[in-house]
Design a protein around this ligand. Structure first.
Ligand code: SF4
Length: 759
C-alpha cells in the first residue's frame, strides 16, 4: 500500500489503480516501457494520444506499457527529500529501471518537464551520457516535427504520427533484448520515420497513418481517479484537416485529411462506453463540422444512449447545419466554440480561413430556441497585414451575437509562426506590439458585455522561440533545468526571466528566433520531409500576401505534393441512407420509465483511500452504467444521474461503510451477478459488498471510526484493543479529518458499529 504524505495535494494523482489500467506480471514480459506525458496527471489523462499509444503498446506481445506523469511541486519536493525516484504509475518502477522511456511532446512549455522527469527518474538528461542498462529514451509528438532543439536529450526520435511505428519499435526492443544498447538504437533508427540524432543521417520522413478507418482506436482508456480536464470518452472521428489555414501546424503537419466511417465510429462508441460507462463523449477532429457523418453519429448516440452528452471541441463557423445543432441541442454539455481567427473577411482570406459568419448569425434564433445562450470565439492577433481597422472591426462582428442575447466569451491569442506552415518565415510581433493590439480589442469591446480573455504575451513569445528553435537552444533547456524551471504551463510557475537571462548571458539574439526568416535560407526543421512539394508553402505565403484563397482538400486539391487526392476522395464516403438503431438500444432507452431505487454498500481502502469523494462517485456510477444499470437523470441540458450519497469521507480515510443510492427505470434488475460485474470494473480498493432495493434510509446503520496508531495516543479517542505494538482506538464524533491530518494515526477506517464487538 502506497503511503503518501498528508500534505500532498490530490494524492490520487499518484496511485495508478484506475479502472482499465493495465497490470502485467514483470516476470512474463520482456520489455518494460514507460509512456511519459510531460505535464501533470489531470492534463495527461485528457490526452487522446496517450490512451491510443497505451493500448497499442500493451497489445504487443511481451511488452508492458506503464504511464508516468510530471509530479506537482509538492510531490517533487517529497521525492527529492525522501530520495525516491520518479516511477511509473502502475508499478512505481523508477524510470531508470525501464527498458524504454517515451515522451509525447505536445506543447512548447512542457520541454522543461521532460528534463525534470528524466532527472527525477534517475535517467541522465543527455543521451550521450546514457550507456549500459540505461533506458532508451524516445521522443515523439507534434514538437518532433522540428526535432533539432531536442536531439541532445533523446536516443531515438519519431517524426509524425507514431501509432503504427510504435509497434515496430517495441518489437525491435523485445526481439533484441540483451543485445548492446547501441545496436538496438541503430536497428530502431532503420525504421521509416525514425532516426537517432547520434547516428549520421540525412532527412527523416514524416509518418502518417494512410487508412484511418482500419487504424487502431483505443476503447479501454483508464478512467482518471482525479477529475481530469477532459474526463470523457474521446472518439477520434477524423485526423488532419483539409481547410489549409496558413498559420496552423496541425493543418499542415497532419495532412492529409482522413476520417473514420460511420460504422467504425459507432463501433468505437459502443465498445468504449461498454468499457467505461462515461456519460459524455467527445468527437475529436480538427474541424468536426467537416465530418460528413456528424449528424448520423449524433443521432445514433442520442437514440442509443439516453442521457449521453456530446462535445465537439473544434467547430468551423458555418460548418454545421440546423440538423446538427438540433441534435447537439439536447446533448451538448458546454456551449459552442468557434474559431473566428481574424475579425475581417479580408484578413481571413490571407489566412485562408474560409468561414461564413453570417451563417452563424442566421442560426442564432435556432440556437436560442434550443436553450443555448453561450458562444466562445477564438481570435488571433499579430498577423503582419493586420490594421487597426481590422482589429476595431471585432465590435461589428460581435454586435449581432450580443443583440441576439448570446453571452460571448472571446479568447485572444497572439500569432506565433509555426514550422512547416506557409507562415513559417513570418516575423512574430514584438511583445509590446502584441500587448497594444490586445488592448485595442479590449477597448473596442468595452461596455458590450463580452468577456475577453487573452494569453500572456510573454508566454506567447516563449512559444514562438521554442516552436522555431534550432539545436543551439538545447543549452537553453539545460540552463532552465539547472535553474529549477518546470511546470511552466502553469501560471504560478512560469517566468520569462530565466529565458531572458540565457539570451543575455550567451549574447544570443531573441529576434533571431521570433523574427522573420530568409525564404532562400535553410530552416532547422527542413530535415523532416513532410511529403510536400518544395514550392507549396512559399506559394501559399505569396497567396496570403495577395489575399488569394486556396481550395480546401474537401472540395478540391491544391496539389500540395502529397499526391493523396485520389485515395482521399475514396476515403470520403456517402452519407448512409438513414441510421438504424437496434431494438435492444431502443429497449434500453425505454426501460427507464417507472422508477426504482437501489442502495449499495461499498468499501474504499488501500491506495483507493486517496481518491476524493466525488471522484469515487463518478467511478462507481460509470462502472454501474457499463454493467447495464440505466440510471434516471435530472436536467435537460446537463443531465446528471439521480443518485444520493452518505457524507463525504476525508481523503486518506478508509471505509467499509459507504453507501450510494441510485434511481433507475422500473424494469431494472440488479442481481449478485450485476454486483460482480460492477466490481470487475472498479479499481482495486473500491468494492461493492451488498445492495438492497430501497433507499439510503433503508440501509444505512450506525457507524464509527477505527483508529490505528503505532504508539499510545494520550487524549481523545477511546482505546479499544492493543495487539503487540499496535493500538486500536474508537471514535464516534466529528473531526475525523483533523485526526487524520494530525498524523498520530497510521490508518483510520470507518466501519458499521455492529461489526465491532462491544460497540
Ligand atoms: S494532395 Fe491535394 S487533397 Fe491531398 S492534402 Fe494535398 S492539397 Fe489536400
Amino acid at each position: 500500500m502506497i503511503d503518501i504524505p498528508r500534505n500532498i495535494l490530490r494524492p490520487a494523482r499518484y496511485i495508478g489503480c484506475e479502472p482499465n489500467h493495465v497490470r502485467k506480471d514483470p516476470g512474463d514480459v520482456t520489455v518494460r516501457f514507460a509512456l511519459c506525458y510531460p505535464d501533470i496527471y489531470e492534463i495527461g489523462m485528457s490526452y487522446y494520444g496517450l490512451f491510443l499509444l497505451y493500448e497499442v503498446a500493451n497489445n504487443v506481445r511481451g511488452v508492458w506499457c506503464e504511464r508516468c506523469f510530471a509530479p506537482w511541486a509538492d510531490m517533487e519536493e517529497h521525492l527529492r527529500r525522501s530520495g525516491t525516484l520518479l516511477g511509473t504509475l502502475e508499478s512505481r518502477t523508477p524510470l531508470r529501471a525501464m527498458d524504454l522511456v517515451g515522451f509525447s511532446l505536445t506543447y512548447e512549455l512542457n520541454v522543461t518537464n521532460v528534463l525534470n522527469m528524466l532527472a527525477l527518474g534517475g535517467v541522465k538528461i543527455r543521451a550521450e551520457e546514457r550507456a549500459g542498462k540505461a533506458p532508451i529514451v524516445i521522443g515523439g509528438g507534434p514538437l518532433m516535427l522540428n526535432p533539432k532543439p531536442y536531439e541532445r536529450f533523446f536516443d531515438v526520435i519519431v517524426a509524425g504520427e507514431g501509432d503504427e511505428v510504435l509497434r515496430s519499435l517495441l518489437e525491435t526492443a523485445r526481439d533484441m533484448k540483451g543485445e548492446p544498447r547501441d545496436s538496438v538504437i541503430r536497428e530502431m533508427a532503420r525504421l521509416e520515420g525514425v532516426y537517432s540524432p547520434h547516428i549520421p543521417s540525412s532527412r527523416v520522413k514524416r509518418l502518417f497513418v494512410s487508412d484511418l478507418d482500419s487504424a487502431y482506436h483505443p476503447v479501454r482508456p483508464p478512467i482518471p481517479t482525479v477529475d481530469s480536464v477532459h474526463n470523457r470518452l474521446n472518439i477520434e472521428i477524423s485526423r488532419g484537416c483539409g481547410n489549409g489555414c496558413r498559420f496552423c501546424l496541425a493543418g499542415f503537419g497532419y495532412r492529409p485529411y482522413r476520417e473514420r466511417s460511420f460504422e467504425a465510429v459507432k463501433a468505437v462508441i459502443d465498445e468504449g462506453l461498454r468499457h467505461t460507462g462515461y456519460e459524455e463523449i467527445s468527437l475529436l477532429s480538427l474541424s468536426s463540422g467537416d465530418y460528413p457523418f456528424l449528424f448520423d453519429v449524433l443521432k445514433y448516440a442520442k437514440r442509443t444512449y439516453r442521457g449521453l452528452s456530446v462535445s465537439l471541441p473544434s467547430l468551423k463557423i458555418g460548418s454545421i447545419g440546423k440538423d446538427e445543432i438540433s441534435a447537439m441541442g439536447e446533448m451538448a454539455r458546454t456551449g459552442f466554440t468557434f474559431a473566428l481567427e481574424a475579425p475581417t473577411g479580408s484578413l481571413r482570406s490571407r489566412l485562408n480561413k474560409d468561414i461564413d459568419v453570417q451563417a452563424l448569425v442566421a442560426q442564432l434564433p435556432h440556437l436560442k430556441a434550443l436553450g443555448w445562450r453561450r458562444l466562445k470565439l477564438y481570435l488571433m492577433v499579430g498577423f503582419p497585414w493586420e490594421t487597426d481597422d481590422d482589429l476595431l472591426a471585432i465590435r461589428d462582428v460581435i454586435t449581432p451575437f450580443r443583440a441576439a442575447g448570446m453571452d460571448v466569451n472571446l479568447s485572444v491569442s497572439p500569432f506565433t509562426p509555426k514550422p512547416h506552415t506557409p507562415f513559417q518565415w513570418l516575423p512574430m510581433d514584438e511583445e509590446n506590439v502584441l500587448a497594444e493590439k490586445i488592448m485595442v480589442i479590449k477597448d473596442a469591446l468595452k461596455k458590450t458585455g463580452v468577456r475577453v480573455r487573452y494569453r500572456d504575451t510573454s508566454v506567447s513569445v516563449v512559444e514562438g522561440i521554442v516552436a522555431r528553435a534550432d539545436e543551439r537552444l538545447a543549452s537553453l533547456f539545460e540552463h532552465l533545468h539547472d535553474r529549477g524551471v518546470r511546470l511552466e504551463a502553469w501560471r504560478e510557475f512560469f517566468s520569462f526571466e530565466p529565458y531572458r537571462d540565457w539570451f543575455e548571458e550567451n549574447s544570443a539574439d531573441m529576434r533571431a528566433y521570433t523574427g522573420g526568416r530568409d525564404r532562400a535560407g535553410r530552416l532547422p526543421w527542413d530535415m523532416v520531409d513532410m511529403g510536400l512539394d518544395g514550392t507549396f508553402l512559399g506559394t501559399e505565403l505569396d497567396k496570403a500576401g495577395s489575399g488569394e484563397m486556396t481550395v480546401s482538400c474537401l472540395a478540391g486539391c491544391a496539389a500540395c505534393g502529397l499526391g493523396c487526392s485520389l485515395p482521399q476522395r475514396t476515403f470520403r464516403q456517402e452519407r448512409p441512407e438513414g441510421v438504424t438503431v437496434s431494438d435492444a438500444a431502443v429497449r434500453t432507452a425505454e426501460a427507464a420509465e417507472a422508477p426504482k431505487k437501489f442502495t449499495f454498500r461499498y468499501g474504499k481502502y488501500g491506495d483507493a483511500r486517496y481518491i476524493g469523494h466525488l471522484d469515487v462517485m463518478n467511478i462507481i456510477v460509470r462502472a454501474m452504467k457499463s454493467s447495464g444499470i440505466t440510471m434516471r437523470t435530472r436536467g435537460k441540458y446537463h443531465p446528471l444521474p439521480k443518485i444520493a450519497l452518505t457524507d463525504a469521507l476525508p481523503v486518506g480515510v478508509e471505509s467499509f461503510a459507504e453507501f450510494i443510492e441510485v434511481e433507475t427505470g422500473g424494469g431494472q434488475r440488479v442481481e449478485a451477478s450485476t454486483v460482480r460485474m460492477i466490481n470487475e470494473r472498479l479499481p482495486s480498493g473500491i468494492k461493492i459488498y451488498e445492495f438492497i432495493e430501497g433507499s439510503l434510509r433503508d440501509m444505512v446503520k450506525e457507524y464509527l471510526f477505527l483508529l490505528i496508531a503505532d504508539a499510545p495516543v494520550e487524549d481523545g479517542p477511546t482505546l479499544w484493543r492493543r495487539a503487540k505494538d499496535r493500538f486500536f482506538y474508537m471514535w464516534r464524533g466529528k473531526g475525523v479529518k483533523q485526526l487524520w491530518m494530525e498524523g498520530r494515526f497510521t490508518r483510520i477506517i470507518k466501519v458499521e458499529s455492529k461489526r465491532i464487538d462491544g460497540f
